[in-house]
Design a protein around this ligand. Structure first.
Ligand code: HEC
Length: 304
């Protein structure tokens, strides 16, 4: 081998070695930071929220749990709230919403502990909950949190065992890069403490309801692959009024896809799209959502 070529090859080899070491160190630092943050003990006080037996409050809680609150989604705690499907996000990890009936985890939670969990992502043991997207609904007013707590207490107890949740190294790295929230209490802590206006068919209320969609469709609603997700997970579509999104949709088309899971072009959506929750949105929430989405700037597909 010519001496110059040899020198170049040694140089390239050394650079790759340094890059690999650097990458290894980066992954190690983020993984350690993640583990430390998950071990953090919060001193968040318990809110003064208690269950009610008022049928109207329980009905409101039932509505929220099966729509905006997301509890009953099949990829969350399931329709019977006894535990959802295992969702495999490849090297990011996998999660399964546990049994939250009185036959499961609910039995060990007081009303105030449950309310604190729903408002902050802090569990009974004062540590962060994994994955449950509190960052999307912590804005619900205390009266709605109390309604959800009240409803959950009335759900038929089940003794279904819990699935397992595990977090991959890539998941820990993506969490620290703020791209995939596992360490929920940290995400909620960093969010503005805004509370929604009272429900009305307005853009202002819709901007809160739309948070049910941003976890999958992205903050800009432009869709695109969920970071780190394997090809087996369907890609959230663009739901802005762009040519690559739902520009051709009328309000009625929009309601139809959220109620039935059938697109304007007749195609049936994959059940990963949360139609089991969006089908339960009421008229005010649907109009508010549409007002918010129509007011958002159209974005090309993939911008998330
Ligand atoms: C759990 C993830 C998830 C959540 C939450 C979610 N979506 Fe989706 N959505 C998807 C996926 C994935 C698709 C595409 C499925 C497919 O291609 O079959 C989709 C498709 C859609 C479509 C079809 C777009 C088209 O071009 O026809 C609309 C509309 C939509 N979602 C609206 C919403 C709204 C509004 C919300 C919030 C209220 C929401 N989605 C919440 C994952 C989600």
């Amino acid at each position: 081998m010519k001496p110059l070529l040899k020198k170049v090859l040694i140089g390239v080899g050394a650079t790759l070695g340094v890059l690999a070491l650097g990458f290894g160190a980066y992954v190690l630092i983020l993984t350690r930071a993640f583990d430390a943050s998950m071990a953090k003990v919060y001193s968040t006080p318990l809110p003064a929220i208690k269950r009610s037996t008022d049928p109207e409050v329980i009905a409101r809680g039932e509505h929220l749990s099966h729509s905006i609150g997301g509890c009953a989604g099949h990829d969350c705690h399931g329709k019977d709230l006894a535990g959802g499907r295992v969702v495999d996000v490849g090297p990011v990890g996998s999660f399964a919403g546990p049994n939250i009936t009185e036959g499961g985890l609910l039995a060990v939670y007081s009303d105030a502990e449950l309310a604190r969990l729903l408002k902050t992502g802090v569990k009974k043991d004062n540590r962060s909950i994994r994955f449950m997207p509190v960052q999307d609904f912590y804005w619900l007013p205390d009266s709605d949190i109390a309604a959800i707590v009240s409803y959950l207490r009335t759900v038929k107890p089940s003794n279904k065992p819990n699935g397992t949740t595990s977090i991959g190294t890539l998941g820990k790295v993506l969490d620290r890069r703020d791209e995939f929230p596992w360490d929920v209490a940290r995400f909620v802590e960093g969010k503005p403490k805004d509370t929604a206006p009272p429900p009305a068919p307005t853009k202002a209320y819709g901007e809160f309801v739309v948070r049910l969609c941003t976890g999958c469709h992205g903050e800009t609603l432009a869709g695109g692959p969920i970071p780190g997700a394997p090809p087996s997970l369907p890609v959230p579509l663009n739901i802005t009024l762009h040519e690559t999104g739902i520009k051709s949709y009328t309000y009625d088309d929009f309601v139809k896809v959220l109620k039935t899971g059938v697109r304007k072009n007749g195609q049936k959506l994959d059940p990963f799209m949360a139609v089991d929750l969006t089908q339960n949105l009421d008229e005010i929430e649907l109009q508010a959502l549409w007002a918010a989405i129509s007011a958002r700037p159209p974005k090309a597909f993939g911008g998330r």
